[in-house]
Design a protein around this ligand. Sequence first.
Ligand SMILES: [Zn+2]
Length: 304
Amino acid sequence: MSFSPPVYRGRFAPSPTGPLHFGSLIAAVGSFLEARTQGGEWHLRMEDVDAPRCSMAAADAILRALEAFGFAWDGEVVWQSRRTDAYRAAFERLQAAGRIFPCACTRKELADSALTADGAMLYPGTCRAGLPPGKTARSWRVRVDAASVAFDDAIQGRITSDLAQAAGDFIVLRADGLFAYQLAVVVDDTAAGMTHVVRGADLLTSTPRQIFLQQCLGLPTPAYAHLPVAINAAGEKLSKQTLAAPLDMLRPAPALFAALVFLGQQPPDELAQADCATVWHWAKTHWQLRHVPQQLALPMPTIF
Ligand SMILES: [Zn+2]
């Protein structure tokens, strides 16, 4: 018997730094509906690789909220904090291939560096040709020469990134000994056989780095769709930092309805008063990715 992989395997991958809020619900709803309407699998991954920022209580709260909202996922939840061995193996492959180099620079030493589009420091290349005498490695960076990365996003269209200018030599092993988020995501998506990544456009600047790492490691690149992110009245992305209100788990239907409105699906008005199962039924029979607005950010709806 021959093994045929599923045509579609997608995921929702929250960081457990706080409870599920409307911003993260958007990514859950979009990735779930796209997977299900394609007859695909939908998996759950806790992106707790940045252990100091994450908590088990937040992860539990997210899982309970997803259940209260009626999401059903395939397989076991994957925890990045338990996958260090897989990240180390990928790191060693990059090392063996000469794609990464040790870096001795402290944050303070890099403070005068130019900034990337998302506000990180653009590495000036200090340790590229070897550690300066007397210095020891703090972190490891991947060498990004004149790499141009392009991909077709199913919502945002053609994206082209000059990685040397947009990100520079970026960190794969941090000074605190943790593997970097970008490496973890790439390793996990491949290990789980992800074919499609539907997530918030706040991660659009990470995608070229992830595709570059896939290329360095000889891994497949999934299809990408970046949903608009919800912003508040002050124009800030909804997050724990901007004090986004947690979702009301006793009344999930209004938030679910609002998520469909936000994603351009135009649910009928009477659905606003319906129960959760009715909203899901409508959503699963009407979802169209092509109706999602081609926007990086949109104001949060005020209808619930
Ligand atoms: Zn350095």
